[in-house]
Design a protein around this ligand. Structure first.
Ligand code: ZN
Ligand code: ZN
Length: 579
């Protein structure tokens, strides 16, 4: 009797499992169909992710297109809701929620935020064109044919963009002008060399050249129309501040966290105080080494600043930045192997390269991940060419990125920050988590990586490194204060500059760059602090749970194995299962 009961229980469990497997299998099909439909609707993402399809025509940004996007989001949300969530595997439940969030975010961006109406920098064919002839998706001849097909829509594309714009912000208009000027460089020597090397017929080459010229004209006309707005003293631009309500909505949708924007803001303000206290102790300790003979300021912030200014004089020459970054990357790879911090896959190369002129990023450095659809490609650590800057600006940039900060930057962008995470990300079996990347997880990881490397002895715990690391952390906390302050508390440009100069000890070149960036983005500057706060809290709880079995490497490997999913979801997975 008991045996029979056991058997029937087992059979029932098996039946449920079989059904679950079937539901998970059909969910895999659903994901493939959804992504294909997504890349068809958003060809710029298809190109960005290296999908290899839907490359021959840009999305024309007219009313119909945006209405279609809204309908697309609603239709796919309905299809998603037909999937029995509770019967999915735990990993697929994460994917389900990521898809749901992503569709909700797309819909909110078009229906509520409407940045397609006020951000002219949304429109730029430079990056797509560049990827169409440099990406590794087809032989050169075929790539140039695709580029030729794509470029014939350039005129239509920019005309639609001008028409859909409705009182843009001045800040985004200026950014659009300079980024589209950058886009013109895409059609320069490198492309011409490719055309010369290709085996297209003369007629096809002529057509391509004509379309390239057409694209250049379209870009120039767009630029001059935007310049016209800026030159018109009667033109009424809208404010770049999106206000507390939209900011909070954006914060919830993009970050996916239980924290509110206000809570994170309060934490950042508190962190700033803690860092200042620690820096005061360190600066006092370093005073005689760096500032002997100077009168010691009584004001503690001024004391810190005086020491920072002296330590910052140690920096590389503009022409040595590339070599230095390369040798730092090598040393960091050795370090993480020695300290056994990761199962590091040395096969995927990390390449330092010059930041492209048409890049939408205004920061000095950035990282490009391997494309999820082209698993073999490298990760890139992009850096602005400092040797090409005017000497005063270059000097200021280099003091900001002095010998100590430059190491932290390389941890952040390279190893084990963005580039390493990007390599793990592209290994993740679930492409949903790779393509619908959670920015706060990625930035939080890079910020976590800095602290983790120093905890493990990178920089030999020197007081200089600690002081500069505090300065770096201060910048990350101030990112939140500036972002929330500008959009929700209406603080002025002067307030921002004062905060960054006097309380975050930023160099002059950094002040303008940060202010400009804060006016162009919303919530993005909160990613770093929020993500790192969540990851550190998770590591603490994971360590408690693992007890004597805790190993830092296991934490890293498990954490990175989920792809770039919101930390909140990774947390649920890492703490729910027995370790
Ligand atoms: Zn110098
Ligand atoms: Zn970053």
């Amino acid at each position: 009797m008991r045996k029979l009961l056991l058997l029937s229980t087992l059979l029932a469990v098996a039946a449920v499992n079989a059904q679950n497997t079937r539901i998970d299998k059909s969910f895999e099909d659903f994901k493939v169909r959804l992504l294909d439909a997504c890349w068809k609707r958003y060809p710029e993402y298809a190109i960005y992710f290296g999908y290899g399809k839907y490359y021959d025509k840009p999305a024309i940004p007219n009313e119909d297109y945006f209405d279609g996007n809204l309908a697309f989001c609603r239709q796919w949300t309905n299809s998603l809701h037909a999937v029995p969530f509770h019967q999915l595997s735990a990993n697929n439940q994460i994917s389900y929620r990521i898809i749901e969030n992503q569709l909700r975010l797309f819909e909110w961006q078009i229906g509520t935020l409407k940045s397609h109406q006020w951000n002219p920098a949304n429109y730029n064919i430079g990056n797509q064109s560049y990827m169409l002839y440099t990406q590794n998706y087809a032989p050169l001849d075929k790539k140039l044919e695709t580029l030729s097909a794509f470029l014939q829509y350039a005129g239509q594309y920019y005309k639609a963009a001008l028409k859909i714009l409705d009182r843009p912000t001045k800040e985004h208009t200026l950014a659009a002008i300079s980024q589209n000027e950058g886009a013109l460089t895409v059609f320069g020597k490198a492309l011409n060399d490719s055309i010369l090397a290709a085996h297209l017929s003369t007629a096809d080459k002529d057509t391509l050249q004509r379309r390239i010229q057409g694209a250049q004209t379209a870009i120039k006309e767009y630029i001059s129309a935007l310049k016209g707005m800026v030159a018109d003293s009667n033109y009424s631009f809208r404010s770049f501040r999106i206000g507390a309500e939209l900011f909070n909505q954006k914060f919830q949708r993009e970050i996916v966290t239980d924290y509110t924007a206000k809570e994170i803001y309060s934490k950042a303000v508190a962190a700033k105080k803690v860092y200042h206290k620690e820096m005061f102790t360190l600066a006092n300790q370093l005073w005689t080494t760096y500032c002997s003979g100077l009168a010691k300021p009584t004001d503690s912030l001024l004391l810190i600043k005086t020491v920072i200014d002296k330590v910052s004089l140690q920096h590389v020459a503009p022409t040595n930045v590339f070599d230095t970054l390369n040798s730092q990357l090598k040393a960091m790879k050795r370090f993480i192997v020695q300290k056994d911090l990761f199962d590091f896959d040395t096969l995927a190369p990390i390449i330092v390269r010059e930041k492209q002129a048409f890049s939408s990023s205004v920061a000095m450095a950035s990282a490009d991940f391997p494309s999820p659809y082209q698993k073999s490609s490298a990760a890139y650590y992009n850096i602005a060419d400092i040797s090409a800057m005017p000497p005063a600006k270059a000097e200021s940039m280099l003091r900001e990125n002095n010998d100590y900060i430059l190491q932290i930057l390389t941890i952040h962008e390279g190893v084990p920050g963005h580039c390493l995470q990007g390599i793990y990300n592209s290994k993740s079996p679930d492409i949903i988590k790779s393509v619908f990347r959670n920015g706060p997880m990625a930035e939080g990881w890079a910020v976590y990586a800095e602290r983790m490397m120093l905890e493990n002895g990178w920089g030999n715990n020197s007081p200089e490194m600690q002081l500069m690391y505090d300065k770096w952390r201060l910048r990350i906390a101030c990112n939140v204060i500036v972002d929330y302050g500008l959009h929700c508390l209406n603080i002025s440009k002067e307030d921002v500059i004062k905060l960054l100069r006097n309380e975050a000890f930023q160099e002059e070149a950094q002040l303008e760059e940060k202010y400009q960036r804060a006016t162009l983005s919303q919530v993005q500057l909160c990613y770093y602090f929020t993500g790192a706060t969540e990851i550190l809290a998770l590591r603490e709880d994971y360590q408690k749970k693992a007890g004597t079995k805790y190993r830092l490497k296991d934490f890293h490997e498990r954490f990175l194995s989920f792809g770039t999913a919101p930390v909140k979801y990774i947390r649920e997975r890492m703490l729910s299962k027995p370790l």
